[in-house]
Design a protein around this ligand. Structure first.
Ligand SMILES: Nc1ncnc2c1ncn2[C@@H]1O[C@H](COP(=O)(O)OP(=O)(O)OP(=O)(O)O)[C@@H](O)[C@H]1O
Length: 376
């Protein structure tokens, strides 16, 4: 997989910014069995996705070999605190991409921006060529965007402010630009989800009073399915069959969830709740899953299970952007990775290159012998 068109994705490993500020974070030894980084599976049908693009969404048709996710020069601030300082990264169809970095580097903020929870103050976020948020030009397909025909990674138009601390409950960007315009605040969370991006946030935000089955069913309730349910009896039947297939797949990945079907989600163990959070995200049949610290707080055996499941999900054709403190385990299953440092991309490269890089080894992989176990 050789992504083109992004200066961050060169090979050999590119040094984007100095790493002096990176301090060691998690030297947990690798868990689970080592696995080779395999070739990425093919992505799903683009035409199927095209039919889900909301009218008026700006679509960039000018980038050859378009990435599935393209974050361009994005800046995000929480009030006076600038968390992302011009981040550019891309995820190609079928990849697992690891996002590493010290505490406070901006990993969670990056995921929240992509899923529509936070608006970029500068830069833009694109999904399979469709602009999700921010400013920047492209080729308009619905007529209401600001596009003018060029793409690339610049594309700002003077927005300099943000909406402050946006919380976790929903999109906070609409109409919130400091210069008073309503230009391109971004799609709200439910529209981003309907396009095929599922976000599993840190801390397993499940619905504790619901049963496992009800919680999973919530994941299947997207705009796309709502549209089907309005479309007639046969479409409703197909939607139900689609939910059933999704549930069967989740149960196959996590047999424990099938056993706990009627149990209130709040009574599950921490590991089971993480399974439920990932399972719920998969119920939406995403093309891209954003995973925020899926192994956090889990016992080593469960950590291994979670990483095996991520590989299985990816083998099914789902693209994954993975935020992890367990860098060794993340780089074992990732194709590529980025290292963030104080809101900027400090390093980018293939997983093997990152695992071998002395700065990554020192900061994130613990002792040289630990990292030797990761590098093939
Ligand atoms: N709601 C908020 N209000 C103000 N500042 C915030 C808020 N959330 C995050 N920040 C700040 O933004 C920066 C990036 O935080 P973020 O959570 O994205 O980092 P991270 O890399 O995910 O860290 P960790 O690994 O500890 O989860 C940090 O300096 C943090 O203090």
């Amino acid at each position: 997989m050789t992504p083109e068109g992004n200066p961050l994705d060169g090979s050999p490993l590119e040094n984007i910014a100095p790493l002096e500020n990176i301090s060691p974070v998690d030297s947990t030894p690798p868990t689970g069995s080592a696995s080779q980084v395999g070739s990425a599976p093919q992505a799903g049908s683009v035409s199927a996705f095209r039919s889900t693009i909301p009218a008026g969404t700006l679509v960039d048709l000018t980038v050859p070999e378009r990435p599935l996710l393209d974050v361009r020069d994005a800046e995000v601030a929480y009030g006076a605190v600038t968390a992302l300082r011009g981040i550019s990264l891309r995820v190609d169809p079928g990849e697992v991409v690891a996002l590493l970095g010290a505490n406070g580097a901006g990993k969670t903020t990056t995921l929240r921006m992509i899923s529509g929870l936070l608006p970029p103050a500068r830069g833009s976020v694109w999904f399979d060529g469709a602009r999700l948020a921010g400013t920047g030009s492209g080729t308009g397909l619905g007529g209401t965007g600001t596009g003018g025909g060029t793409s690339g990674h610049s594309g700002t138009s003077g927005h300099s402010g943000t909406s402050g601390n946006c919380g976790t409950s929903g999109h906070c960007g609409a109409g919130a630009w400091s210069d008073g315009t309503r230009d391109s605040p971004g799609l709200p969370v439910h529209r981003v989800a309907a396009l095929g991006i599922s976000h599993v946030p840190e801390g397993r935000r499940i619905f504790p009073a619901m049963t496992v089955a009800e919680d999973l069913a919530m994941g299947a309730y997207t705009d796309r399915r709502r549209a089907w349910s309005r479309a007639g009896r046969e479409a409703r039947r197909e939607a139900r069959r689609d939910v059933r297939r999704g549930l069967d797949r989740v149960h196959a990945l996590f047999p424990r969830l099938a056993e706990r079907d009627r149990q209130p989600a709040g009574t599950l163990s921490g590991g089971e709740q993480q399974m439920l959070a990932i399972g719920r995200a998969l119920m939406a049949r995403p093309r891209l899953v954003l995973l925020d610290e899926p192994s956090l707080g889990l016992a080593p055996k469960l950590v291994a299970t979670i990483f095996e499941v991520i590989e299985e999900i990816n083998a099914d054709g789902v693209t994954v952007l993975l935020v992890e403190q367990n860098a060794a385990a993340a780089l074992r299953i990732a194709h590529r990775g980025y290292v963030l440092d104080t809101g900027q991309v400090a390093l980018a490269g293939s997983a093997d290159e990152l695992a071998r890089d002395p700065r990554v080894r020192d900061a994130y992989l613990g002792s040289p012998s630990d990292s030797d176990a990761v590098a093939p």
